[in-house]
Design a protein around this ligand. Structure first.
Ligand code: PXP
Length: 243
């Protein structure tokens, strides 16, 4: 299972002062040294954290894959064409939200999604769609030509009781099985923490987890390399149980 480290919140801290530190590119290099499998950044339309220059700089220095989270906005799509990340993950975007609040509604936006997926794939970029764990969204993701889906784990992460968490985990694991049966690569992320990651990491079909807030939060106290190492360790422990 690959761990993609989302470093948006290093940029959030920098933008809080509109200064030059901390530098996201340095975070990307440290995460790489700590054996992260990929670096994830979200270039939002409002540029509230990651800036265009960060994306170019990170892409030019890292040796591991760059996963660019992006909306369907044409300006951002054109930046993706220019940057040529290894992978683009298409997410919904709403200016008022604190963070991505739900999965992309592929069914309602099928034409636009199909067009962007095709143009990204034509340029050799792997395309993943960030969706809720719902069969009809998986079906549509397959129909529009996505290579992968990333399941939104927010409902699992925000569950208020153990019972609710179990229900969300089951929905997630059923959706993972279904997506894999259609030949899609299966990723997951959002709201995953050191406390709640293991049951998700234990879902056999998931190939990649993208985790940001919790890793960057821990890094404030233990440093980024140690924070990445600890998360990787939890993921490995969950996978060993499968073996
Ligand atoms: N995956 C996607 C598609 C996201 O939009 C985000 C948040 O930017 C994440 C994963 C990481 O979420 P978190 O910061 O809660 O770990």
């Amino acid at each position: 299972m690959r761990l993609g480290v989302n470093i948006d919140h290093v940029a959030t801290l920098r933008q809080a002062r509109r200064t030059v530190e901390p530098e996201p590119v340095y975070a990307a290099l440290l995460a790489q040294e700590a054996l992260a499998d990929g670096i994830t950044v979200h270039l939002r339309e409002d540029r509230r954290h990651i800036q265009d220059s960060d994306v170019y700089q990170i892409k030019s220095v890292i040796k591991i894959p760059l996963n660019l989270e992006m909306s369907l906005n044409e300006e951002i799509v054109n930046i993706a064409f220019d940057v040529k990340p290894h992978q683009a993950t298409i997410v919904p975007e709403n200016r008022q939200e604190i963070t991505t609040e739900g999965g992309l509604d592929v069914v309602s936006n099928a034409e636009r999604v199909r067009d962007v997926v095709k143009r990204l794939k034509d340029r050799g970029i792997v395309v993943s769609l960030f969706i809720d764990p719902l069969e009809w969204q998986v079906d549509e993701a397959k129909r529009v030509g996505a290579d992968a889906i990333e399941f939104h784990t927010g409902n699992y992460a925000n569950a208020k009781s153990q019972k609710e968490r179990e229900i969300e985990l089951e929905k997630l694991s059923d959706a993972c099985r279904y997506a894999k049966s259609l030949g899609l690569h299966v990723h997951a992320g959002h709201g995953l923490t050191y406390e709640n990651v293991k049951p998700v990491a234990a879902i056999d079909e998931i190939e990649e987890l993208n985790i940001g807030h919790s890793i960057i939060s821990k890094s404030v106290f233990v440093g980024l390399k140690e924070a990445v190492r600890l998360m990787r360790q939890l993921i490995q422990e969950a996978r060993w149980k499968l073996a």
